[in-house]
Design a protein around this ligand. Structure first.
Ligand code: PLP
Length: 371
């Protein structure tokens, strides 16, 4: 029996064909494929609404998030509200632009920040709210945007988990302020490494072009100027070629993930298990991460992970709460739900090439250890 990892990208012949074409073309860094990929992403997110945003791709979502904060003018003295249950990049970028990440607790079931939590965290210094659509389950965005509007605060959606997800029948990225996607290999689609930023204002899109490539500007005669020192986050054409092929299959990947998760919900039922909130059919599942009460089970999580590995099943951990990390633990935030999730979460295998039989095997094995 082969080892079943908790995730695996679907790299098909079309990806290999397109990448080979780029590698043979003589131009492998940022060029025509990046252009084409940005257009395809803009068309994808706007396919229901026809309202086409600006889409700018990056070498990572981390780069996209940091650049978005810079474009929003966020820095020293500003606060950005970030959920304590997320990958550390969400808060790191806030600290890196000189602002303060204000960590708020999340809901135990949805793993998402709550409107009430955000309301309590808003101060006169709050410049931005960064909701994370955890595991692809959308945050309740209508009241969040309403709240942001009332306080004149910007919203940067960390949608690293949520490309392909719909909120109230609208694709994430088809509305809102700024939205960042990740194309890391674990995500719903990949470019090997990569990310994208969706935005709506032309002036801000032009600023992104400067900030993701050295602050460099060229005029029509090829004269160069550097308007400000800036990072280098340009995606190569090889990655964009992977993304073009992946995007064509994204909806199929999402429906496969949804079906596999259906089986998890049918089979997994145990008093020591706490299953995550289930969205509607618009939920493109990034990860399936139930909580296990390890204290009652009388086993530690590393022991559980080892036992599952012995059974050839890979388990991930997404994530430890940010409030438990050295970089953030002395900031005085108390986020008990995020911390509990961080202690009890286990990510079970979920990727499009899995079969129902794989899910059944995972469930039988998990239940055997729980019993
Ligand atoms: C919620 C969240 N935000 C941001 C990132 C950063 O993405 P990238 O690895 O593309 O920089 C990740 C990656 O895991 C993530 O899960």
């Amino acid at each position: 029996m082969d080892f079943l990892p908790f995730t695996r990208p679907t790299i098909d012949d079309e990806v290999i064909r397109l990448v080979t074409e780029v590698l043979r073309s003589g131009w492998i860094t940022t060029g025509p494929k990046v252009n084409e990929f940005e257009k395809s992403l803009a068309a994808y997110v706007s396919s229901d609404t026809g309202k086409v945003p600006y889409v700018k791709v990056f070498t990572s979502a981390t780069g996209a998030l940091e650049t978005a904060l810079q474009v929003m003018g966020i820095g020293e003295g500003d606060e950005v509200i970030v959920p304590a249950m997320t990958f550390t990049a969400s808060a790191n970028v806030v600290a890196l632009v000189g602002a303060k990440p204000v960590l708020v607790d999340v809901d135990l079931k949805t793993r998402n920040l709550t409107i009430e939590g955000v309301k309590k965290a808003i101060t006169s210094r709050t410049k931005c709210i960064m909701p994370v659509h955890f595991a692809g389950l959308p945050v309740d965005m209508d009241p969040l945007y309403e709240l942001a509007k009332q306080h004149n605060i910007r919203v940067l959606e960390d949608a690293a988990h949520a490309i392909g997800t719909r909120y109230k029948n609208r694709k994430i990225g088809s509305f809102g302020d700024m939205i960042s996607f990740s194309f890391h290999p674990n995500k719903n689609m990949t470019t090997i490494e990569g990310g994208a930023l969706v935005l709506w204002k032309e002036a801000e899109a032009q600023q992104v072009d400067l900030l993701r490539f050295h602050g460099l500007q060229k005029d029509a005669f090829g004269n160069m100027d550097v308007l400000m020192p800036a990072r280098k986050f340009n995606m190569p054409d090889v990655s964009a070629a992977v993304g073009i092929a992946q995007l064509k299959r994204l909806d199929e990947f999402c429906s496969k993930r949804l079906k596999l998760v259906d089986t998890y919900y049918q089979l997994l039922n145990h008093p020591l298990l706490n299953l995550p909130e289930r969205g509607d059919d618009g939920h493109c599942w990034h990860i399936f991460s139930p909580l296990i009460n390890f204290t009652q089970l009388g086993m530690t999580r590393p022991q559980f992970i080892q036992k599952m590995a012995d059974e050839k099943i890979g388990i991930g951990v997404h994530y430890q709460a940010l409030t438990t990390f050295t970089a953030y633990k002395d900031m005085g935030y108390s986020c008990p739900q995020a911390e509990r999730i961080g202690r009890e979460t286990v990510t079970l295998p979920l990727f499009p090439a899995m079969t129902k039989v794989d899910v059944e095997r995972v469930c039988q094995t998990v239940l055997r250890y729980l019993n």
